[in-house]
Design a protein around this ligand. Sequence first.
Ligand SMILES: [Zn+2]
Length: 503
Amino acid sequence: MLVLVSGPHAQGTIPASPLTLITRDGRRPVPTTLLNGQEFIGLDDLASLFQLTVREDALAGGVTVSYKGRTIVASAEQAMASVNGRVVTLPAPIARAGRRLLVPIDFIPRALAPIYDSPIDLRRASRLLIVGMVRVARVAVRIDAVGPPTRATVEVTPALLVSPALDAGRVLVRVEADALDAAPPPAPAGLIEQIQIGQTTTIAIALNQRAGMARVSTTTTTESTRVTIEVPLAAPAQDTSAAPPPPSTPPPSTAPPQPTPPAAEPSTPLLGAQTARLQTMVLDPGHGGDDTGVRGPKGTLEKQITLDVARRLKTLIETRLGVRIIMTRDEDRGISLDERAAVANNSKADLFLSLHVNGAPSPSLKGTEVYYLRLDRAGEEARRSTAATELVLPAVGGGTRPIDVIPWDLAQAAHVDASSRFASMLEEELEKHGPMGPRPLQQAPMRVLSAANMPAALVEIAYLTNAEQEQSVQSADFQAGLVQAMYDPIVRFRAYLEAAPAP
Ligand SMILES: [Zn+2]
């Protein structure tokens, strides 16, 4: 018979503070229970969250949990479970509370995670249960000086995009992530009244009434993004008994400028977003759906390789660089060239990279090639006119017209110089990774590039019609190296954008 703890233990259960389940679809609380000093979770809750089948097994004296043909057999007598035949230990055996079966929460990482399709990460300190590919930022807030001025730091790991703002006496720091994994904030001190890290991806730091205009600077390293907040005392108030009142309060710009730490973005009074010039990038995996692109001799399809590589590059950039990535497609779907550029233009992206795999009648041709736009005559005239302060286009019947009527098919004209820089950086780094094609860097009148209203380039990553390259483009090693070779020039190009004079 199945022997399960019941009776006294059921009465001895104490609700614990719930875990927070985070998936791409959002977050929800998952209740847990304390029992003899151990934290348990209902097997029924796990079953509905993870689509598990639970069967009590009287003969084996335990419970069988199944997921897609994989099984966990957990014992009611011993603190262990068999996971697809492999034994793992648990802090306690299965327990029963009333009619419910409970498992220690360590059941999730030790028994369930190994058989589940998506990654599962249980973060005990922050009480997060993270399922799937979710961008979770670790956040630590500390108060460095009570002051005044009061200095605080918000450290975000990995280095993700953050947007500070000021709102009704609070400093708000929004993090471009799906969820925050935050250590408990420190006790408020100095001019800081309260620090809140709630259910959203925004950290709220409330200032007290003596606080003046907060100043914020953002520093990004390869590991983290650090937001430094300095809160001065408010300018001394006029004696209220004295009439008339002062004509105006001193503008915040009279506050002394803060020294900028090395490698930091300039310290800016709050109200605006941070100044990073590369915030959003569009990756465009070529072809898709019925449009398969080039087919290799063994049947490898260009549309699949471009999507695989784009997905890898997206993950690398988002986790390491904190740049928002928009994909023109993230599935096997056909979209037109104009739609691809429209996605980039509508999202106000700062950079556009299209990925393709080449084909040629000659099976010996191989190597990587990088393209940027070659303008036709009208485009060339448009480009020349950008040397002046605003972009104007030759108008029908002579004369020029201003930028707001620029047709999308010439939008790239204003960016050809920057595109050529980006394409050269791509070529230089790709050359270190593998063989380059007969013309490694070239200009061509490509429609997908011509409509993009931001620096844009296109990489033909290899020749799929070359048997050796058809083999290699599918390998994880080749793709990882290729993605690194495209990541490095993106980092270089970001530095180039930030060094350029403000538009
Ligand atoms: Zn193609």
